[in-house]
Design a protein around this ligand. Structure first.
Ligand code: FES
Length: 255
């Protein structure tokens, strides 16, 4: 286990306040709130934002890049677009100084919660991944795609429910990511239609974007009346959690 490293003098950091310190080569966000010190990796698990520069509200810090909130005491991700904890470290006050000892293990690179659904006081909970299905039974256990009825906006949206956000495990329709669906007769393939989907992301730098676009195209291309699929990413208006359906809220444990 690493040793404690003295990183600051007590009194040097205002309360509330935050600063960046270096411990054994790692960049650490040091927080001072209600007389206690807390240390996290200075890395937002959404896309690397610097947490020490974020707005502090009580024991919550908001990433300055896209607003994900973290608990400074535990590193837990409390709201979108972050869904994984950042690593929290041990802190002690001794000999007039603040000391930090790095913890190994999960945090930035590991899962936060394995409970079915964690329910923080606000924001989105951290959903546990679905139970693994043995490869030999995966095909049999997979839900059947909807029957291919006549192609229309409703049937397109139904097909899109097969596409799930890889971090939240909720489909993109119920998450409110689909802003529009347009169908037009295909000029190249008479009798079939060209489908255009306007899709947003939970944040401009959503790392799941390429996967969601590919899965969307594959889900729609399987319909016999589809000649081609175009997915347009639109960021206006920005996605907000209130775009989710009640089904999505149920799945995420938001009440
Ligand atoms: S980098 Fe922190 S919320 Fe996006």
């Amino acid at each position: 286990m690493a040793d404690f490293v003295r990183v600051a003098t007590v009194g040097e950091l205002p309360d509330p306040g935050a600063t960046v310190v270096e411990v054994d080569g790692d960049v650490i966000a040091l927080f001072h709130v209600d007389g206690a010190f807390h240390a996290l990796d200075d890395v937002c698990t959404h896309d690397g934002g610097p947490l020490a520069s974020g707005e502090l509200t009580g024991h919550k810090v908001a990433c300055p890049r896209h607003g994900a909130k973290f608990d400074i005491r535990t590193g837990a991700a409390l709201s979108m677009p972050a869904v994984r904890a950042t690593r929290a470290h041990d802190v002690k006050v001794e000999d007039g100084g603040v000391w930090v000892r790095l913890r190994s293990g999960h945090g930035v690179d590991g899962p936060v919660a394995q409970a079915p659904v964690a329910k923080p006081a606000f924001g989105l909970p951290i959903a546990a991944p679905p139970a693994a299905v043995p490869a030999s039974t995966a095909e049999a256990a997979a839900p059947s795609p909807p029957a291919a009825g006549a192609l229309c906006e409703d049937s397109v949206r139904e097909l899109l429910k097969q596409v799930k956000d890889p971090e939240l495990f909720v489909n993109i329709v119920d998450l409110g990511l689909i802003y529009g669906v347009t169908l037009a007769p295909s000029a190249e393939t008479p009798g079939k239609q060209q489908v255009s989907v306007d899709m947003t992301m939970t944040s401009p730098a959503c790392p799941a974007g390429p996967q969601l676009i590919g899965d969307t195209k594959r889900a729609l291309a399987a319909h016999p009346e589809v000649a081609g699929v175009e997915v347009r990413i639109v960021m206006e208006p920005p996605w907000t959690p209130d775009r989710m359906t009640d089904d999505a809220r149920d799945q995420l444990g938001i009440f």
